[in-house]
Design a protein around this ligand. Structure first.
Ligand code: C5P
Length: 197
């Protein structure tokens, strides 16, 4: 069965939690596409060459989850040649037999517009910054400023800007617990799964 769940949204909205839970529930493969951009940002040197040479082992590097790595990722993510170099891998993953969940910024809009289920997971910048701060600590005002800066860069770029696909189900987790958000995502997938013969 080919079945893609595309999950987009800004940083710390809850995409990863939902993506992992959906993948586990239905036995689908999961790709956190932010890691591709984080790895390219962390490799240094020419980002286009880094994106073209990216291999699975680069996604295991230490330090890819830090705020700095997120900022570096969003800076290389505005470069069209970097994005183009990462498209084929993501499309293959999305349409591989067995079902796939991909979370990122442009999965339902650019990478896999034919996805069977598209979710746009969001929350207010304050709520997202608070969640991120609980994970990384440090200066809360700086964490909020970084979230706002990254949103602006991701939503404002010319190539594949962050926005909901027209047919995406929007899940706003500002005042919603993870269990409810996951339950809504699972219900959306169940609605679209082919009937068991
Ligand atoms: O999701 P995560 O915070 O790991 O993503 C890091 C950065 O990578 C994002 O801020 C965004 O600039 C970029 N990204 C992207 N397209 C994706 C996934 C991530 O541009 N599909």
């Amino acid at each position: 069965m080919i079945f893609t769940v595309a999950i987009d949204g800004p940083a710390a909205a809850g995409k990863g939690t939902i993506a992992r839970a959906v993948a586990e529930r239905f036995g689908f493969a999961h790709l956190d596409t932010g890691l591709l951009y984080r790895a390219v940002g962390a490799m240094g040197g020419d980002p286009v060459a880094a994106a073209r040479a990216l291999s699975a082992s680069d996604l295991q590097r230490d330090g890819l989850r830090t705020l700095e790595a997120g900022q570096a990722a969003s800076r290389v993510a505005v470069i069209p040649e970097v994005r183009a170099a990462l498209v084929a891998f993501q499309r293959r993953f999305a349409r591989a037999p067995g079902g796939a969940v991909l979370d990122g910024r442009d999965i339902g809009t650019v990478i896999c517009p034919e996805a069977e289920v598209k979710l746009y997971v969001t929350a207010s910048a304050e709520v997202r910054a608070h969640r991120r701060w609980l994970e990384v600590g440090g200066d809360a005002a700086r964490v909020l400023a970084e979230v706002i800066e990254r949103d602006a860069r991701d939503m404002g770029r010319d190539d594949a800007p962050l926005k909901p696909a027209v047919d995406a189900l929007v899940i706003d987790t500002s005042e919603m617990g993870a269990d409810e958000a996951v339950a809504r995502a699972i219900a959306a997938v169940e609605d679209r799964l082919p009937p068991v013969p």
